[in-house]
Every structure is written in structure tokens, then in C-alpha cells.
Design a protein around this ligand. Structure first.
Ligand SMILES: [Zn+2]
Length: 473
């Protein structure tokens, strides 16, 4: 009898191990950022916002055992074992770790040049509560994959990374991007980077339909997903090619550009004029939404980067971690934006919010990301909070915005069996927040502890370790 119990327990344990990523042994360098390190942790008196869109629940206990959530429920239903580290969270909230889909380990550093700041960015993402992320495009080659491995091995602090390969793009002028020569090369690129350890692909603005189809076919044959920031290919064409996700909500859709030449990007501005003029209630938009939903294509909202192009918006959070030269560069960028009060973004930004809301309300899967590119000012970690605030401004409830930034991201990446919500058996990736973001979404900025794989990290220490240095490494 005893033996049978033991073997059942062992099976459950093994199943848990197979499902969750292994909790690594941390180096001293990583341990310096750890605030909670115990085999069994009980979070008590917590307000739980579980990531599924369910209302917040007060008086909850979450029991963490190793790297998984062992139990979660009302205080009376969860027995706290002897020897557990008990953390009283009265007045605080627990959320799933954020799962963000359009992150980068690079940042604009000069004309056409992107500085590779993977060291500081991975710390900032973790500090902001991002426990799983996709790098939505890579301008460096191997760094994203190397950092993923080192974080997984406990040698560096940071989120779990879905490491995107270098962009797959057609003929283009970016000095840090390859110009593919056709579908044959598209296949070779995908095969090469998949063999080297890339776990997703991002198609870019000048790719052709044939190249995109080849990318999707080769990636899918390897069980990998493809997303796109498109222009030459319309959203409907990409859905037909089998793409999994489209980045930037509807900002990059060229479906409504009159007389568009197939496989040619009419210019980002052309597409954006048509989006700014689009009626969310009109038949053309509704038909595109139906096409995307029928094809199972998810959308990533990246309102944060577009907010920095829009005149009259608040200054984004987190700028003080940037090195002085990057702070100056962003100040200049803001001045350029302010000088153009008639910018298309004045109408485009609120319209894009309305379109994303309409897509989700129609049943589309909307996920979130931040995209630290553009003219700068989108600071990893801080901007992930801003993204949730902007979703609420777009018309989602705070609890829906949290779902978009957690479970929806996990679903879009195919990781929702392991991460994205608070439930027994899931990975112990959790945020402790001072306040109640289910009422006031801005409370998500007050991150007290970030649990990843059951280990609690101190966001203040992570941020302090890079303050003023973001722009050097
Ligand atoms: Zn991007």
C-alpha cells in the first residue's frame, strides 16, 4: 500500500518534471538577485488574478513546491506543510509571470544600427515580471540562443526565451539583415537556424509570398512557429500561407491599400493611412478578422512602441536606466514627434487600439509585446507594464489585459500547458504585486517579487545592477 502511494507520488513528480523546465542550480552571480530560495513556499492572504480572465479572488493560498505550483485555492483548502517558508501577502496580489511575444535583446543605437544589450535587457525583463518571452526578431545571430541556454542553466538571471532566428526578409536595406534570394534560400535559412537552436522565426517587411510560404513550411515541419511584421505580404495572404502570428496588431496590415502590387511593400506609411481610416464596424475589416480567426492566426499588440511615435502622449517609464547617450537620443526623438502635431499617429494610434479590441471581441487571440525599437524609449520590463496599461486604455478590463499579457501569450506560443496562468501543476512563475491591478492596472508597476521556476527574484536589485548602463551591454 505504502509502496503504491510512493510510486504514484513518483509518477506525479516525474510528470511534473517532464512538463516543467528543470529548476537549475544557480551560480553565485545569479543568487545575488534572489530574495526567496526555498523548496516549499506558501504565499498566504493573497489576492489572486490567475491569468484566465476570471475575477480576482481574495484570501488565497498558493503552495510552491520546487519549480511548480503544487496547490492554489482558498486558505481553508490548502494545508501548509511544516517547514514551508510562509510569506504573508495581505494587501498584495499574485499574477502569473508575464508571457510577452515581441521582445528584443537589441535597441536602436544609431542610423540603421541596433546595439546588442542582451545582458541588461534580460535582467530588466525579469525585473518587470516577464518570465517567458519570445524575441520577436534578432539582429545579432547567436546571442539570443546563447542567453537562453545560460539562463536555463542558471548562469544568468532572466526569463525563459523563445529565441527567434535572424529575420527572414526579402531584398532590403537594413545593414544588420540578410536579403534572401528566393524560396530556396528561405528554406535553407530556416533549416540552418533551426539546427543552430532557433525556436521561432520572424518574417519581415520585404518578404515575398513564395518566400513566406517556404519559411512556414520548413518551420512547421520542425514544429516551430512563424510570426511576421509584414508589408509586402498582406495579412490575408499571410494567413493563407499558414503564418501563426502577426505582429503589431493591425498597424502593419497593407490589405486595404488600393492597387497594391503583390509582393511589394507600398511603404509603411501607405498602409498606416488606410488603417487610420478604417471602420472597425465596416465589412472589409470584419472580413479580414474572420479570415484571421478562421486560419487560427493570433495577433500581438505592441502599443508601447507606437505610443512613442504619437504626439501628446505621456513620457514612457524606465528611461533612467538608460545610459546618458540613449536618454539624449530619445529626448531628440520625442522632440521630432512633437514637431509633427499632424502626424498620422494621432488618428492611427486610437484607431489601432479600437481594431485590436474588435479583433479580440470577435474571438481572435490577442497577445502582447512591447518592441523596444522605433525611436527608443521602450525600455524592457517597464514597457511591459505600460503595454498592459495601454490595453486597458484600449477598452479591455484590467483582468482581460492581464490575461492578454499572460495566458494569451502562452497560448500563442503553444506553451499554455506549462505557463501563463496560476493552477496546480503549472510552472511556479508568479509575480507579487503591491496593490490591486485588477482595479488599478498601473499597480502592475509595483513588482515586489518575481518567481521564476519557484525561485523569487528581487526586481530592485536587478534594476540597480544595470542602472545607467543600458546602452553599453
Ligand atoms: Zn520588433
Amino acid at each position: 500500500m505504502r509502496l503504491r502511494h510512493l510510486s504514484t507520488a513518483l509518477l506525479v513528480l516525474l510528470a511534473g518534471v517532464a512538463l516543467a523546465a528543470q529548476r537549475p542550480t544557480l551560480t553565485d552571480g545569479v543568487r545575488a538577485f534572489v530574495s526567496v530560495d526555498a523548496e516549499v513556499v506558501a504565499l498566504t492572504n493573497a489576492r489572486v488574478i490567475d491569468g484566465t480572465g476570471a475575477p480576482a479572488r481574495d484570501g488565497q493560498t498558493i503552495l510552491i513546491r520546487g519549480d511548480v505550483i503544487a496547490e492554489a485555492g482558498p486558505a481553508a483548502s490548502v494545508r501548509i506543510p511544516d517547514g514551508a517558508t510562509v510569506i504573508d501577502l495581505a494587501g498584495k496580489s499574485v499574477l502569473p509571470g508575464l508571457v510577452m511575444l515581441h521582445e528584443h535583446l537589441y535597441y536602436p543605437a544609431g542610423p540603421g544600427v541596433y546595439g546588442q544589450f542582451g545582458e541588461s535587457f534580460t535582467r530588466l525583463y525579469l525585473a518587470g515580471g516577464v518570465t517567458t518571452m519570445r524575441t520577436g526578431g534578432n539582429m545579432n545571430g547567436f546571442m539570443d540562443m546563447n542567453l537562453r541556454e545560460r539562463i536555463a542553466a542558471g548562469q544568468k538571471p532572466g526569463p525563459a526565451i523563445d529565441a527567434t532566428a535572424p529575420y527572414v526578409n526579402g531584398r532590403n536595406t537594413f545593414i544588420q539583415m540578410r536579403s534572401m534570394t528566393g524560396p530556396e534560400e528561405a528554406r535553407r535559412q530556416v533549416a540552418y537556424w533551426a539546427d543552430m537552436g532557433a525556436t521561432s522565426f520572424k518574417a519581415y517587411m520585404q518578404i515575398s509570398r513564395a518566400e513566406l510560404a517556404a519559411v512556414v513550411e520548413e518551420a512547421h515541419a520542425r514544429g516551430l512557429k512563424v510570426t511576421g511584421h509584414l508589408c509586402s505580404v498582406t495579412y490575408a495572404e499571410a494567413a493563407a500561407a499558414g503564418i501563426d502570428t502577426l505582429e503589431h496588431g493591425f498597424f502593419a496590415a497593407t490589405d486595404f491599400v488600393e492597387g497594391k502590387t503583390p509582393d511589394a511593400c507600398p511603404g509603411q506609411g501607405q498602409g498606416q493611412q488606410t488603417i487610420a481610416a478604417l471602420d472597425p464596424e465596416g465589412a472589409p475589416f470584419k472580413a479580414l478578422v474572420k479570415t484571421l480567426i478562421d486560419a487560427g492566426v493570433s495577433l500581438t499588440s505592441t502599443l508601447t512602441v507606437f505610443e512613442t511615435f504619437t504626439p501628446g502622449r505621456p513620457t514612457p517609464p524606465g528611461l533612467d536606466v538608460l545610459a546618458p547617450h540613449l536618454q539624449d537620443a530619445f529626448t531628440q526623438s520625442l522632440a521630432r514627434v512633437a514637431k509633427n502635431p499632424d502626424s498620422v499617429y494621432r488618428t492611427l494610434f486610437p484607431k489601432a487600439m479600437a481594431l485590436e479590441l474588435a479583433f479580440a471581441r470577435a474571438g481572435g487571440l490577442l497577445a502582447a509585446g512591447t518592441d523596444p525599437t522605433g525611436g527608443g524609449g521602450v525600455v524592457p520590463g517597464f514597457s511591459n507594464h505600460r503595454q498592459l496599461e495601454l490595453l486597458v486604455e484600449a477598452g479591455f478590463t484590467p483582468v482581460e489585459a492581464i490575461m492578454i499579457g499572460t495566458l494569451n501569450g502562452a497560448k500563442a506560443m503553444g506553451l499554455d500547458a506549462r505557463v501563463g496562468s496560476i493552477a496546480p501543476g503549472k510552472q511556479a512563475d508568479l509575480l507579487v504585486i503591491r496593490g490591486d491591478p485588477s482595479r488599478t492596472i498601473a499597480d502592475v508597476r509595483q513588482v515586489e517579487t518575481v518567481f521564476r521556476l519557484g525561485t523569487g527574484y528581487d526586481p530592485g536589485k536587478l534594476i540597480d545592477s544595470v542602472k545607467g548602463m543600458v546602452g553599453y551591454w
